[in-house]
Design a protein around this ligand. Structure first.
Ligand SMILES: NC(=O)C1=CN([C@@H]2O[C@H](COP(=O)(O)OP(=O)(O)OC[C@H]3O[C@@H](n4cnc5c(N)ncnc54)[C@H](O)[C@@H]3O)[C@@H](O)[C@H]2O)C=CC1
Ligand SMILES: O=C(O)C1=N[C@H](C(=O)O)C[C@H](O)C1
Length: 270
């Protein structure tokens, strides 16, 4: 909507995704880094954000007090932890900031706080900003519509050893897409754990399996398992740049929109 580059702040600036967002903003003509925010006690506080992200100095200091940056950005991009996201929403409401949320692992209460904030400010929340994953979500809904009656649905994901939430936000979105296509509600049919004498698989469930280790950026496969055949839809990320570029695109799209809760599908044009 806005023609001049959108001014972004990144919350979680020194994290894996925060640094990738700083790099993506530097490479984009449609965005510019206005602020870099971190938690109190962060060792990178006070550093130049460009240098911290392995680029030339950009004059933006890593700050731990959002109020110090209130005049420097229009859209906040958040890659932190759900409690940090929720804690910053009142500030964003007070100062009329739009928010792009990439953080995953929200409880129902934390998700409700996001939805409440979206009544006052524009919020775009996505468990994955890559074009490939968002295409997979469409394919999954279609595949489930055709296959779900006769095929069992299982979601398998793998991530690096540092990831703290499971299943991944992407796996949950994929499960929701498959459930939608199958005409089910994921809340009623998800199976997140199996151990011991589980009994035979219940037909209409959607199962989730999690692998954690090494430096895996993010692999997701949804299996449709039938009698005599199996369909798999897989996405493998090999670089965080895809997420960061998507988040920066989402920020440009969100700037100037009315209050509401938006998805990456909205920002990608359906
Ligand atoms: N939606 C998407 O496309 C993607 C989402 N993610 C999600 O993004 C989140 C972050 O992932 P990573 O960057 O790998 O984690 P990370 O652990 O490398 O970085 C998190 C950063 O948040 C900071 N932080 C924590 N509490 C804070 C607070 N109260 N205020 C400000 N900063 C705070 C930490 O100091 C750290 O620098 C995770 O939830 C992950 O699942 C990750 C990749 C892509
Ligand atoms: O923590 C990560 O790294 C990732 N998190 C997101 C998720 O939970 O789905 C997206 C991506 O898979 C990487």
């Amino acid at each position: 909507m806005s023609q001049s580059p959108v001014r972004i702040a990144v919350l979680g600036a020194s994290g894996r995704m925060g640094r990738a967002v700083i790099q993506a903003a530097a490479a984009s003509s449609r965005a510019r880094l206005g602020a870099a925010l971190e938690r109190e006690g962060c060792p990178e506080a006070g550093q130049d954000a460009g240098q911290m992200a392995g680029l030339a100095a950009n004059g933006v200091k890593v700050l731990t007090q959002p109020a110090q940056a209130a005049a420097d950005f229009d859209v906040l991009i958040d890659f932190t932890r759900p409690e940090a996201t929720v804690a910053l929403l009142p500030f964003c409401i007070e100062h009329g900031k739009a928010v792009v949320i990439g953080t995953t692992g929200f409880t129902e209460a934390q998700q409700a706080a996001v939805e409440e904030a979206a009544r006052r400010i524009p919020v775009l929340k996505a468990g994955n900003f890559s074009i490939g994953v968002n295409l997979c979500l469409k394919l999954l809904e279609d595949a489930a519509r055709v296959l779900a009656e006769d095929f069992d649905i299982e979601v398998v994901e793998a991530h690096h050893r540092h990831k703290v939430d499971a299943p991944s936000g992407t796996a949950l979105m994929m499960g929701e897409a498959a459930a939608r296509g199958a005409g089910r509600d994921l809340k009623d049919c998800a199976v997140y754990e199996r151990y011991g004498h589980t009994g035979a698989r219940e037909r209409r469930t959607i199962g989730f399996s999690t692998v954690r280790g090494g430096d895996v950026v993010g692999d997701h496969t949804v299996m449709f398992l039938g009698e005599g055949e199996r369909v798999e839809i897989t996405h493998k990320a090999s670089s965080r740049t895809i997420f960061a570029k998507g988040a920066v695109h989402a920020a440009g799209w969100l700037a100037g929109r009315p209050a509401g809760l938006y998805s990456m599908r909205d920002a990608l044009g359906g």
